[in-house]
Ligand binder design. Structure first.
Ligand code: KG4
Ligand code: ZN
Length: 364
């Protein structure tokens, strides 16, 4: 039996400054503290995350977040076993802030340093929250990422497909902007969709005619823009009901694409004959009830469980980085002070890289 480890995690790859402490062993760990300081208000006037503003905010706030995470866990730095930090992929200024702080803490305390891939943090979260057994299928779906990963171990990922342009969260945010709804777009479009009829506007289901698990969401946004402009040309504006119907039509299209591509990814995953099949979802878009319901239906078709971590662990946080660090540390990974911050860092280096780079930086 491996001894429980205590890991400090640091995350600063996008617009959340975060630190957390996690304790336990691989597949059996608990979150002792998780501090996340969002930056939504800092970027609100710019229609997206401004990398320079994000980097500065991370540099100013990271040490406070670390101090708070340690205090909430009731520990000093001397009591942790190792320090895990997001070393990419992401907005490089923010990643560099986190890596520099982690190196400083490691040098000062003598604690081992572990560089973690942000996407691995998301992908391993079902092991932290639900003790998911390898191999499982992960759909990572947020404002910056969209990919299917076959997860076999903390360093063993196969990407089955992903978006070739926008991420779905990005498409939700753009849709909200086109329809005059507040940011972040996901929750506001979802709320409007509840009042609308998805059948009024039949929007396209991009790439469903193409084999495989790759997806595309930018055409959907263009189709929505055209539908809106056609209404404006026809009757000099859109009614509140039109807006709700457009939101419902858009959400149904995203849900259909994700469900059908998940079906294909599940079929590939089931070839590995997993003992306890799992379709796991992570990322902010996993909060969408109608998308989640479609994914639950797909999982059930294959006799698999559908796991979605609680929202606080679905969206960017440092507990997932600490936990991924714990599994990597157990597996013997340790990085030196040459650890580099990487803007791009695909989890699966054997599959061809994805195109596109969203508002939140490179999609890896
Ligand atoms: O994972 P996350 O917090 O950050 C990253 O993108 O890394 O995801 C944020 C994204 C935003 O684009 C937001 O609009 C979307 O997730 N989102 C939703 C919902 N809640 C958040 N999309 C659809 N439905 C929701 N309920
Ligand atoms: Zn993320």
């Amino acid at each position: 039996m491996t001894r429980p480890l205590t890991l400090l995690g640091i995350e600063s790859s996008c617009d959340d400054t975060a630190a957390a402490v996690v304790r336990g062993t691989s597949g059996a760990a608990e979150v002792l503290s998780s501090v996340v300081e969002g930056q939504t208000s800092l970027h609100a006037d710019f229609g997206g995350v401004v990398p320079e503003i994000a980097a500065r905010a991370h540099a100013e706030r990271l040490d406070g977040c670390v101090a708070q995470a340690l205090a909430e866990a009731g520990l000093s730095l001397a009591e942790v076993d190792a320090i895990a930090v997001t070393a990419g992929p992401g907005l490089i200024g923010g990643v560099m802030s986190g890596v520099a702080l982690a190196k400083g803490l490691s040098a000062g305390s003598g604690k081992p340093l572990i560089g973690v891939n942000h996407l691995a943090g998301h992908a391993l979260t079902p092991r932290l929250t639900d003790a998911a057994v390898y191999p499982y299928l992960m759909l990572l779906v947020s404002g910056g990422h969209c990919q299917f990963l076959l997860v076999r171990g903390p360093q063993d990922f196969t990407r089955l497909g992903g978006t070739i342009d926008d991420a779905p969260g990005e498409a939700f945010d753009k849709t909200a902007r086109l329809l005059g709804l507040p940011q972040p777009g996901g929750p506001s479009v979802e709320a409007e969709a509840l009042k609308g009829d998805a059948k009024c506007f039949r929007l396209p289901r991009p790439l469903l005619d193409r084999a495989g698990c790759d997806m595309s969401f930018s055409g959907l946004k263009t189709a929505l823009l055209r539908a809106r402009d056609a209404l404006v040309a026809e009757k000099a504006g859109i009614t509140l009901q039109d807006r709700a119907d457009l939101c419902a039509g858009f959400q149904a299209a995203v849900a259909d694409v994700l469900a059908e591509k998940s079906r294909r990814a599940m079929a590939l995953y089931m070839e590995a004959q997993p003992a306890k099949p799992v379709l796991a979802v992570a990322g902010g878009v996993a909060a969408n009830k109608s998308i989640r319901a479609s994914l639950e239906t797909v999982a059930a078709e294959f006799g698999a469980a559908c796991l979605a971590p609680p929202l606080a662990l679905c969206t960017d946080n440092a507990a997932m980085i600490a936990y991924a660090g714990l599994e990597l540390f157990e597996a013997g990974q340790q990085d030196g002070f040459s650890l580099a911050a990487r803007p791009r860092w695909p989890l699966d280096t054997t599959s061809p890289s994805l195109l596109g780079s969203g508002k939140k930086g490179a999609k890896a």
